[in-house]
Design a protein around this ligand. Structure first.
Ligand SMILES: Cc1ncc(COP(=O)(O)O)c(C=O)c1O
Length: 416
């Protein structure tokens, strides 16, 4: 299979033509939301032009809307390798999904039942579960090894017990990039009959997700983090959902999708999956004429992952050479498969916001702060000092952009 070449792919993203001070902008802000390809913009516009309606009507635009929703369910099922599209559910974002799901699960818990969360996760996969303490649930938190920002799995094993009913874990950290062994974690939950809930929001733009291989009961992601519109996607085992209480209006059929969906967003999400599929198609040709969408998506995500590994190695090597820059998370070149290319740094003597402002003024867009990964940033001792600067690479970033960022950081760190 051929390697990924970012240059032709960059032309799909009109936003990458943005300039600051006459120079092209460098978008390292992907963890907060990626840019979108033209196909997504067009799909959203085409929905409004040709399909705009509510569902279930006896006329053309309503039928087209029904098709739009079904197509999105099918595309997302392939992206997640869900056995059937019916477990794919849409909402405004991952946070809404998680609060709704935790409330439904919470109604099945008895006082003293235990819920396991982690100190590495985004709060969107912690707070909705921690709220179940009000119902008498006991919340247990898996600690983080602050040396390399990996989960302490030995303690995780010890935290589990006969009362464990839920294990909520992130696939990858949105602050420091750590990839967790979610298959192992979900297997342990399964042994105990506990529900496993995986937050794949940060992992989705970087690697293939396979809910069957992960062995989870539910998994969430957000298309706006993988080149699509602002939207949240939940995959849940249909038989699990059927057994949970439904908080819904009485006549509604769906147990978890509330009210009218973001139809134009769903059209865009299908196009985002189509964009990724197109990468796979081009890489597999000419010997994959019969490959289906899932196979093409797997090829795309494998090539994206391999490309990003080369890019993050270049970034980490360069950061190591800048006096005063400290990198958090996995840095060992032999263990880079344990991270996605999201790199958290601090620069001695410069607040994260100041560094982000200096970079922003040079046209390099990065986020600073805790990104709601609050427990991690607190444990790193950085909450009071503004958190970290996050350099978030995705496949449309280039080696030249990494080098330009390293140059800018070298000047900032040197105080010039
Ligand atoms: C890892 C992770 N989980 C959850 C969320 C929340 O996602 P949403 O904005 O779709 O609610 C984010 C958003 O940054 C995230 O990075």
């Amino acid at each position: 299979m051929r390697a990924l070449d970012p240059d032709p792919l960059r032309s799909h993203f009109p936003a990458l033509a943005t300039t600051v001070g006459g120079r092209p902008a460098v978008f390292l802000d992907g963890p907060g939301g990626t840019q979108v390809p033209t196909a997504v913009i067009e799909a959203v516009a085409a929905y409004y032009r040709e399909r705009n309606s509510n569902t279930g009507g006896a006329f053309l635009t309503s039928q087209r809307t029904d098709e739009t929703i079904a197509a999105a369910r099918s595309a997302l099922a392939d992206l997640l390798n869900a056995p059937t599209p019916d477990g794919v559910k849409f909402a405004a974002n991952m946070t809404s999904h998680t609060f709704a799901f935790s409330r439904a699960v919470g109604a099945t818990l008895a006082p003293g039942d235990e819920v396991v969360v982690t100190a590495l996760d985004h709060e969107a996969n912690v707070s909705p579960w921690a709220a179940l303490a009000e119902r008498g649930a006991v919340i247990r938190t898996v600690p983080v090894d602050v040396e390399d920002c990996t989960l302490d799995l030995a303690t995780f094993d010890r935290l589990l017990g006969p009362r464990t009913k839920v294990v909520a874990v992130g696939y990858a950290s949105n602050a420091v990039g750590t990839v967790n062994d979610v298959a192992r974690i979900c297997a342990r939950a399964r042994e105990l009959g506990a529900i496993s809930y995986v937050d794949a929001v940060h992992y989705a733009p970087h690697g293939a997700i396979d809910v069957q291989q992960v062995g989870c009961d539910a998994l969430v992601c957000s298309p706006y983090k993988f080149f699509g519109p602002h939207l949240g996607v939940l995959w849940v085992r249909p038989d699990l959902l059927a057994g949970l209480p439904a908080y819904k209006v009485r006549p509604a059929e769906d147990r978890i999708e509330l009210g009218t969906l973001n139809h134009e967003g769903l059209a865009g999400a299908t196009a985002a999956v189509g964009y990724l599929e197109g990468i796979g198609r081009a890489l597999l040709e000419p010997n994959a004429a019969g490959a289906g969408r899932r196979r093409r998506l797997e090829a795309a995500m494998a090539a994206i992952g391999a490309y990003e590994q080369r890019l993050v190695r270049r970034l980490l090597d360069g950061l190591d050479r800048i006096p005063g820059v400290r990198v958090y998370g996995v840095r060992d070149p032999a263990r880079l498969h344990l991270r996605v290319p999201t790199v958290a740094i601090t620069v001695a003597g410069h607040a994260p916001r100041t560094v982000a402002e200096r970079l922003g003024a040079e046209g390099i867009f990065v986020w600073d702060g805790d990104f709601y990964a609050q427990q991690l940033i607190e444990r790193l001792g950085l909450l009071a000092t503004g958190g970290v600067v996050r350099l978030g690479l995705v496949h449309y970033n280039t080696a030249a952009e990494v080098d330009r960022t390293l140059g800018a950081l070298t000047r900032i760190a040197a105080g010039s």
